[in-house]
Design a protein around this ligand. Structure first.
Ligand code: RP5
Length: 161
């Protein structure tokens, strides 16, 4: 199947966090691909991926990086696809460096940034974007929300409440 979401990360070390995004998209039945590429270590690879992604059928890109986290911004510079940035936690104030590097995009090229380590929300936001034109994905998202709410409602502390 053609991947509809591209999950990128700046280093293999980001995989434990970003695996959660991949797992959630799999749960939602959204075809996706996972790639490790770095804005500063492999700039040509990043530019080539972002430039060609739309023509390959990718509709949303999730880009995760830590530190001077410019991956999402560089990707966004090379494509008109929506780009969701995931700041990866670091030793600097829990990842405040990554958060600001990702979220503080100057005017003209947006990156929709989720919370530090917010891989699952990135996957959900990607699916919501696809759901605008895909009723099946939107229905799966609705079911996911229902399951999420049900898990809380069924929590033993809420029984009989
Ligand atoms: C960033 O630098 C990566 O996204 C990662 O979060 C961070 C550290 O990378 P490694 O030194 O673990 O490869 O480019």
């Amino acid at each position: 199947m053609t991947p509809r979401v591209g999950i990128l990360m700046g280093s293999r070390s980001d995989m434990p966090v970003m695996q959660k995004a991949s797992d959630l998209l799999t749960e939602l039945g959204v075809e996706h691909e996972v790639r490790v590429m770095s804005a500063h270590r492999t700039p040509d690879l990043v530019a080539g991926y972002a430039t060609g992604a739309a023509d390959r059928g990718v509709q949303v890109i999730v880009a995760a990086a830590g530190g001077a986290a410019h991956l999402a911004g560089v990707v966004a510079a090379h494509t008109l696809l929506p780009v969701i940035g995931v700041p990866i936690a670091t030793q600097v104030a829990g990842g405040l460096d990554s958060l600001l590097s990702t979220v503080q995009m100057p005017r003209g090229v947006p990156v929709a940034t989720v919370s530090v380590g917010g891989a699952e929300n990135a996957a959900l936001l990607a699916a919501e974007i696809l759901g605008l034109s895909d009723d099946v994905v939107q229905a799966r998202l609705a079911a996911y929300r229902e399951r999420q709410a049900r898990a809380i409602l069924d929590d033993e502390t809420n029984r009989g409440a």
